[in-house]
Design a binder for this molecule. Structure first.
Ligand code: GTS
Length: 211
């Protein structure tokens, strides 16, 4: 069994798509949880050794990797979740970059504009979700994946971003029938469903607890 370790804060955050991918592929991993207050106080040595001074860190045995999207791409290659050829892989990267753009907007909103910018963020959310609905409409033969005819690493990333939004706005997918069905299809994948229903997953907050 590969020795996978995810080192991250006690939240779903940027590590969750990695967890979803591993769970879906039937892989096991160990969690090394870093205390946010200790990290903020400069008491965690890893802050100095992390390549960009940030988490998550991922380990596959002796191999150490940072940057959540690079980790997803590494696992995508390893588990055959990167399309059937170079062009499909490039489209998967494109979609994942779109997911990253939305994740950044979400993070900025949650961390800095939660009290003041909620109405603006929610009003604009349909515009942000529309491109993904359109991608699904063009991929009707794909069996429910965001692109291509099999699950890709970007699907796990998109699913976590959708779930983060559903956490704040449970109705946000109502106007998007394909995204709603996509979310159901993804969360019904047996191994993924088992993980999503596990105590380990449910006990981890989607975002850091607000004071
Ligand atoms: N591009 C990086 C990635 O995708 O891994 C961003 C990593 C990042 O911003 N990590 C944050 C961090 O380590 C935590 S979170 O954004 O994932 O919640 N923050 C602490 C710090 O000291 O910057």
């Amino acid at each position: 069994m590969p020795g996978y370790v995810i080192i991250y804060f006690p939240v779903q955050g940027r590590a969750e798509a990695i967890r979803l991918l591993l769970a879906d592929q039937g892989a096991e991993w160990k969690e090394d949880v870093v205390s946010i207050p200790k990290w903020m106080a400069g008491e965690v040595e890893l802050k100095k050794t992390a390549v960009f001074g940030q988490l998550p860190q991922f380990q596959d045995g002796d191999f150490v990797l940072f940057q959540s999207n690079a980790i997803l791409r590494y696992l995508g290659r390893k588990y055959g979740l990167y399309g059937n050829n170079e062009k499909e892989g490039a489209v998967i990267d494109m979609v994942n970059d779109g997911v990253e753009d939305l994740r950044l907007k979400y993070s900025r909103f949650v961390m800095s504009e939660f009290e003041t910018g909620k109405e603006k963020y929610m009003n604009d959310l349909p515009n942000q979700l529309q491109p993904f609905e359109k991608l699904l409409s063009k991929n009707s033969k794909g069996g429910g994946f965001i692109t291509g005819n099999k699950v890709s690493y970007a699907d796990f990333n998109l699913l976590t971003v959708l779930q983060s939004h559903l956490f704040l706005a449970p109705d946000c997918l109502k106007a998007f029938p394909l995204l709603s069905a996509y979310k159901e299809t993804m969360t019904s994948r047996p191994k993924l469903k088992a993980y999503l229903e596990s105590e380990a997953c449910k006990s981890r907050p989607i975002i850091p607890k607000r004071k």
